[in-house]
Design a protein around this ligand. Structure first.
Ligand SMILES: Cc1cc2nc3c(=O)[nH]c(=O)nc-3n(C[C@H](O)[C@H](O)[C@H](O)COP(=O)(O)OP(=O)(O)OC[C@H]3O[C@@H](n4cnc5c(N)ncnc54)[C@H](O)[C@@H]3O)c2cc1C
Length: 541
């Protein structure tokens, strides 16, 4: 096995490529580059192995990863102006596989969701192509990379999936398994589908969210296969890949900065990566390139530590500037997220398992012995990809941030959930086209100090109005007769209330100038696949 737990076992510290961060993207690039046996790659991952981590393997257990633990960087944001100055816990994966092996939402939201496989809209990628002037990012040209990373997989309950997805838009041979839910929550599913028939103007049924046209209510697709979470570690570092002699992964290696500054045609570059293992510092050398894939916090932090960033800010910390690039760590954006639960007159709910030790033990036994049963899902049955109404007051504060009419402004999930005693159905609402922007900056000249993380959650009025209207949309969804006799009472408390279970609360990740209007792992896989191809082309590998 080439996943090293101890730096002393690593055969060398000289490679063609060093990949910083063995997360969703990093493992893709490491895999693709080492297809060529003449190319050596080292992946440096700060976190521990994903092997045997039940909370990562069992889809149902994903919420357990959200509390402070060794698999989480356990960050806290700076005081958020959009949250009345509150700071909030900010989950970020610290495990081989990164976010793909982790889960996304802070536990206070009580949302058992994650592993969502959503690519985004054609409009998203066509906008990237227009902004960059590179047609390679257009939907048409990025689609083959989505297909390359994906392995469409039958659901664990082997139910008839006709009419629940479009086979023509899915990949068959990639490393990442994607499937429909594998355990029936028939009562809830029936009501959701019935609602699309009763209120088709607001909530039309859409066969597949991954066709480039995601709008509407779709069946959930998740990165799950064989009843287990499928991750960049289980997929791109599967045994047949990790046994390549030219691919090495070192765990527990926290990168501090890039070193060995070079100059090429007047441009600075780096030939080495400094990292801490235990209490000692080491340098891994890269003769060709260093791939920075340390996620939305780690990547800007490492760049700033290396002297790539705003000269004035670096100077104030006493750090030398290698390249004055003020945009590093700026323009952070994130998906604001709110959860709302309704008590229901039904016992076909998650609480019937989580609040009953006997049923819980039975479900776990079933998963252990056959990888079937309720634990094979992260428990969202459907997703709605929705747009704000054209006359929304949000548009009086800001132009439409979404890339076009075919892209959503928000997503919501009927399904799963909650906390508290009783039976509930939860609806989570995510702002997938946020206007608010924040930053990641250094707190000190110590490269291992936690950076200042300001995701700017709800900082812009647009996002606050859009989120509020999104909650109103959930209420509208529930006006369909399909829900008569099922919904008992609402559990969401007013913002800032001293009572109640759920308060508007936010989460997530992603620090790109513009995020795709989707949950972002699918796009990360596709971007990393294309990124690997671009590197190969550069070095004619
Ligand atoms: C917890 C979580 C759950 C998510 N759930 C979903 C979902 O359900 N559906 C969806 O579509 N998207 C989801 N996302 C988003 C998706 O996972 C991300 O888009 C994706 O993980 C981003 O990949 P990445 O490679 O950029 O970063 P990551 O996957 O976060 O990988 C970064 C890696 O770098 C490592 N690292 C960081 N700093 C250093 C350092 N200094 N030295 C060494 N290693 C370092 C980290 O430990 C981590 O393993 C989730 C995101 C998070 C954070």
């Amino acid at each position: 096995c080439k996943v090293y737990e101890d730096v002393a076992d690593l055969p060398t510290l000289r490679y063609d490529f060093v990949v910083v961060g063995g997360g969703t993207a990093g493992n893709v690039v490491a895999n693709r580059l080492t297809e060529n046996p003449n190319v050596s790659v080292l992946v440096l991952e700060a976190g521990p192995s994903n092997e045997g981590v039940l909370d990562s393997e069992v889809p149902f257990f994903m919420a357990n990863l959200l509390t402070a633990n060794a698999y989480n960087w356990n960050y806290t944001t700076t005081p958020q102006s959009g949250l009345n100055g509150r700071t909030i816990g900010y989950g970020s994966a610290h495990i081989l596989g990164g976010g793909s092996a982790h889960s996304k939402y802070p536990v206070r939201t009580h949302i058992t969701d994650g592993m969502v496989y959503s690519r985004g809209a054609q409009d998203d990628f066509d906008r990237y192509a227009a902004l960059t002037g590179d047609e390679g990012w257009s939907w048409k040209q990025i689609l083959p990379y989505f297909l390359k990373s994906e392995k469409w997989t039958p659901p664990e309950d082997q139910h008839d999936t006709q009419g629940q997805f479009d086979p023509s838009v899915h990949g068959r041979d990639g490393p990442i398994s994607v499937s429909l839910t594998g355990f029936p929550w028939s009562e809830l599913e029936g009501r959701v589908i019935q609602t699309t028939k009763e209120l088709p103007d607001d909530f039309p049924f859409n066969l597949d969210m991954n066709s480039g046209q995601p709008l509407g209510i779709v069946y959930m697709q998740s990165t799950i296969g064989g009843g287990e979470r499928s991750t960049s570690a289980t997929g791109y570092l599967a045994p047949k890949f990790i046994q390549r002699p030219n691919l090495h992964v070192l765990l527990h290696a926290q990168v501090s900065k890039l070193v060995n500054v070079t100059q090429h045609q007047g441009k600075p570059g780096f030939g080495g990566v400094q990292f801490r293992y235990g209490t000692s510092l080491f340098v891994a050398e890269a003769s060709k390139e260093i791939i920075l894939s340390a996620g939305s916090i780690g990547t800007p932090q490492i760049l700033l530590n290396s002297g790539v960033g705003d000269h004035t800010a670096l100077e104030a910390l006493g750090l030398p500037t290698v390249l004055d690039l003020p945009s590093v760590g700026q323009n952070a954006s994130d998906h604001g997220f709110v959860g709302a639960d309704w008590a229901v007159n039904s016992n076909q709910t998650i609480e019937s398992i989580t609040q009953n030790t006997t049923r819980f033990d039975q479900a776990f036994e079933q998963w252990n012995t056959s990888r079937t049963g309720p634990f094979v899902d992260a428990l969202g049955t459907h997703i709605a990809w929705l747009r704000l109404a054209a006359d929304s007051p949000a548009f009086e504060t800001h132009a439409d941030p979404s890339p076009g009419p075919g892209a959503p402004t928000s997503s919501k999930y009927p399904g799963g959930i909650t906390g508290g005693v009783g039976h509930f159905v939860g609806f989570a609402l995510a702002m997938v086209s946020p206007v608010s922007r924040g930053s990641v900056t250094l707190s000190s000249s110590d490269p291992f100090a936690t950076p200042l993380i300001d995701p700017g959650l709800l900082a812009d009025d647009f996002d606050m109005i859009a989120l509020t209207e999104g909650v109103a949309l959930i209420q509208k969804f529930l006006t369909a007769a399909a829900w008569n006799g099922y919904m008992a009472r609402r559990r969401m408390s007013p913002r800032g209330a001293q009572h109640g279970v759920v308060d508007p609360d936010l989460t997530s990740r992603v620090l790109r100038p513009i995020v795709p209007g989707a949950h972002t792992q699918a796009a990360t896989y596709a971007v990393a696949e294309r990124g690997a191809d671009l590197v190969k082309k550069r070095w004619t590998l």
